[in-house]
Design a protein around this ligand. Structure first.
Ligand code: SF4
Ligand code: SF4
Length: 468
């Protein structure tokens, strides 16, 4: 059962602040904070949310900028269309991204978590904002938690959770738009749930999950579920630049005016603003999502007491000990090289993506036919036009055995935008030139001659000695 916090709780390194001794939840109410990092993160969040909300609406080459069309097994990314057969490219994309994450973590810690992870972006910049608008600042929210049921409390709670559900629904709908496109999504939204029960159920469940996560589960996702936080100790070292407390400068902490005290006046402000409920003065911890709130909070305190900013700042362990920070070191070089290799292979592979796809296969049934004059094989070609414009294709043979001809094709085949068509054709070789099984290339070329694909095929027949 959740125990709502009527007052702040002192963090310690032996337990997770947000989980009580009996396993129940301690619900945090981080205080409001403002400052240069909060402003920069808010700007980044607005930009990221705008990109997330905008991509399904922006059209490039007649398709949404990002459209993962699972029904047609086509993936449109910024004007390039990929067929299902090209899904292997995703391996290089994901590998490159993973090493980019490793690389930035080795250099700057959990930059991703604090600045760009959807969990932080939506929680800190949407849901918590709504909560603050409706229920007030942290002390007001704690008071409301502790207050008995009243008209005001019910009104505020219903309003807050109503807005949370609406926002969760909007995020879930936008997510679905990446897979079905905005027009299809609109059609489903305006149809009766009974007509679109599958889509309706998906939306209801995903909205429910988002609502549960952002209204209640919150920082638990980062602390309990996300594997990335656990990886950080393996990715960082003493040169990694993290959000850190300058112990040499701050300790021994003591109230303002205490004789011999360091710069930390033990005001606890850095703890009050922390969305995961930790005390950064106890060192780098798994729960820290590098949100920078404690930097801004402490800077404001330092401004007030007339001491230099940066008691909590981005710094490496080395820098805090007064030693130089090295950005270039074995792990950053290795992660960097892997990242560059992944990106290079990905770009190379993307550059070789053709605007059409062709697959050659053998027709079912008898593998070959014999007549008085020829040996004949029946094959078929499946062509996919991946462009948003009509295109025509020629098919011909290369490196074919002597006398072999491709019959049944004739004129170039015209395909409508994104059309997929399968067409049979015949390979024929005169008996007198047949010398047994042979391999050959079937070439598919766009009518303008700019793109071509080569597909290997095998011509089969009887043992040639039967003709002697
Ligand atoms: S906000 Fe700064 S001064 Fe206040 S307790 Fe934290 S580190 Fe010390
Ligand atoms: S310790 Fe500071 S940077 Fe880390 S999560 Fe808490 S407030 Fe954010």
């Amino acid at each position: 059962m959740t125990k709502r916090a009527s007052q702040a709780k002192r963090p310690n390194l032996d337990s997770v602040t947000t989980i009580n001794q009996d396993g129940s939840r301690f619900f945090l109410h981080p205080s409001d904070v403002s400052g240069r990092y909060v402003a920069a993160r808010r700007f980044a969040a607005i930009l990221l949310i705008a990109v997330y909300a905008g991509l399904p609406w922006i059209r490039i080459n007649g398709q949404p900028a990002v459209f993962l069309d699972l029904f047609s097994r086509r993936f449109h990314l910024f004007g390039i269309t990929f067929a299902a057969q090209e899904i292997w490219l995703a391996f290089f994309f994901i590998t490159g991204l993973a090493f980019l994450l490793f690389f930035t973590t080795a250099l700057f810690g959990r930059l991703w978590c604090g600045w760009a992870c959807p969990q932080t972006v939506f929680l800190e910049h949407v849901y918590r904002r709504v909560e603050r608008w409706i229920e007030g600042d942290a002390p007001a929210r704690r008071r409301l938690d502790a207050a008995p049921v009243s008209g005001t409390k019910v009104f505020k709670r219903v309003l807050k959770h109503g807005v949370f559900i609406l926002v969760s629904g909007a995020i879930a709908h936008l997510f679905l738009a990446y897979f079905v496109s905005i027009p299809q999504l609109y059609a489903w939204m305006t149809a009766s749930p009974r007509e679109q029960f599958g889509a309706f159920s998906f939306m209801a469940v995903s909205t429910g999950i988002l609502y549960f996560n952002f209204a209640w589960f919150r920082e638990q996702l980062c602390i309990v579920i996300c594997p990335y936080g656990r990886l950080q100790s393996a990715l960082i070292d003493e040169h990694t630049v993290n959000v850190a407390y300058d112990e040499r400068r701050g300790e021994p902490r003591g109230k303002l005016g205490t004789e011999g005290a360091g710069d930390c006046i033990d005001c606890n402000r850095c703890v009050q603003v922390c969305p995961t409920g930790i005390d950064i003065r106890q060192g780098l911890q798994l729960e820290c999502v590098a949100c920078t709130a404690c930097i801004d909070a402490c800077d404001a305190v330092m401004d007030k007491v007339g001491r230099p900013r940066g008691l909590i700042r981005y710094a490496s362990e080395q820098a805090l000990e007064g030693k130089p920070t090295r950005l270039l070191r074995t792990r950053t070089v290795v992660y960097g090289l892997f990242m560059l290799a992944g990106i290079a292979v990905m770009l190379f592979s993307f550059s070789r993506v053709q605007p059409f796809e062709a697959t050659v296969s053998r027709m079912t049934g008898q593998p070959y036919f014999l007549t008085e004059e020829v040996v004949r094989n029946q094959l078929q070609i499946r062509l996919v036009n991946k462009r948003n414009e009509t295109a025509a294709f020629r098919v011909f043979l290369e490196d074919a055995p002597p006398g072999m001809q491709l019959a049944g094709w004739g004129e170039a085949m015209q395909l409508e935008p994104y059309e997929e068509r399968t067409r049979p054709f015949i390979l024929v070789q005169p008996r007198e030139q047949y010398t047994g099984r042979a391999r050959l290339d079937i070439v598919v070329e766009s009518e303008d001659g700019r793109n071509r694909l080569r597909r290997r095929a095998e011509f089969v027949g009887p043992d040639p000695r039967v003709f002697q």
